[in-house]
Ligand binder design. Structure first.
Ligand SMILES: Cc1cc2nc3c(=O)[nH]c(=O)nc-3n(C[C@H](O)[C@H](O)[C@H](O)COP(=O)(O)OP(=O)(O)OC[C@H]3O[C@@H](n4cnc5c(N)ncnc54)[C@H](O)[C@@H]3O)c2cc1C
Length: 297
């Protein structure tokens, strides 16, 4: 079935302020970045904005740089660059790995980091990584700049803390350090499809090998991007072994509430997310022989 989008006006923004002004003045206007989520929604008539403001040529939103302990990634950075840039591989290896799991190369070459975060699909990889590492979302609007911890940013069913006319300009991620460990696992029917379930894990260990902190973002585990509840309490101050991982996963699984859909029942999806979390934790704590090269800086 081919459906055509409803009619809309289209303007190419020449600056961040220009884009914000245009969208702020029209309550039915939307920003257009890579178009990889918005254009399909228009074509299916699930969205019908009167005005699309194309931000894709704003070079200032493509900047990736270090600032002290954080890595700043501009909103217009493409998924493929997140996957390939040496700076991202070094400072945010979990994010770089996850980017390779997003869709197919055609989508990764056009889709933008900011677009994926603003779209806030519960089955998307990037929100899970941001929750795992404790990233900060940076936005701009007519009222100025806001810095929003990601735990306060994502809501349920594609909702975020973004207000109308507020542009996501970039994200700040704590830079990977020698005491960090990470793991990523997801399951999809075909490589490049949206995940049926998945998990991104970020942990810290001390010099005695004890876990001092662990956080996981879960993929397709609920109505919005979801953190693994109870994980830190289960593993903190322990030398993590396979038994500890199983115990922690069982604890988290009880909190999971995925929605049944054409890809599987709630129970099946819960089991997939739990198994993904188990595998990601095994990688992170060097208990998975296949993942041993990935855990340290
Ligand atoms: C076939 C296919 C498979 C896909 N598979 C996956 C997958 O496996 N995993 C995954 O995570 N994604 C997947 N996607 C989605 C893809 O990652 C999109 O690129 C992403 O969700 C949106 O980024 P975009 O730049 O294309 O945003 P757009 O489509 O341009 O915009 C999406 C939404 O975000 C808003 N927006 C965009 N940029 C900003 C900004 N800077 N500030 C404020 N609001 C903004 C827009 O107004 C719109 O509401 C898939 C897409 C396709 C077509």
């Amino acid at each position: 079935m081919t459906v055509k989008p409803p009619p809309f006006e289209y303007v190419v923004a020449t600056s961040v302020d220009h884009a914000i002004n245009l969208v702020s003045q029209d309550e039915d206007a939307k920003f257009l970045a890579g178009g990889q989520s918005l254009i399909p929604l228009l074509s299916l008539r699930f969205a019908s904005p009167t005005l699309l403001v194309d931000i894709s040529r704003l070079a200032e939103l493509r900047d990736v740089h270090r600032a002290g302990d954080v890595l700043h990634i501009g909103a217009l950075t493409r998924h493929s660059d997140i996957h390939q840039l040496p700076l991202v591989k070094q400072d945010a290896p979990l994010l770089s790995e996850a980017a390779g799991w997003v869709a197919h190369s055609q989508v990764r070459n056009r889709g933008t980091f900011g677009g994926a975060i603003a779209h806030s699909d519960s089955a998307a990889e990037f929100p899970a990584v941001l929750l795992a590492v404790g990233a900060t979302i940076v936005t701009r609007s007519a009222d100025g700049e806001r810095r929003i911890p990601c735990r306060d940013f994502f809501g349920s069913h594609f909702q975020t803390a973004l207000r109308h006319g507020e542009l996501l300009t970039g994200v700040e991620l704590p830079r990977h350090a020698h005491f960090n460990r990470w793991g990523f696992s997801e399951f999809a029917r075909r490589k490049g499809d949206y995940a049926i379930g998945g998990a991104a894990v970020n942990a810290r260990v001390d010099e005695r090998g004890r876990c001092t902190h662990v956080r996981a973002g879960l993929i397709a585990a609920g109505p919005g991007p979801t953190s693994a509840e109870g994980l830190d309490e289960a593993l903190r101050d322990r030398v993590v072994d396979e038994a500890a991982v199983s115990e922690a996963v069982a604890r988290v699984e009880g909190h999971l509430n995925p929605e049944s859909n054409v890809h599987g029942t709630r129970e099946y999806r819960r089991a997939v997310v739990a198994e993904s979390l188990r595998r990601a934790l095994l990688q992170a704590f060097d208990l998975d022989p296949a993942g041993t090269d990935r855990r340290t800086a």
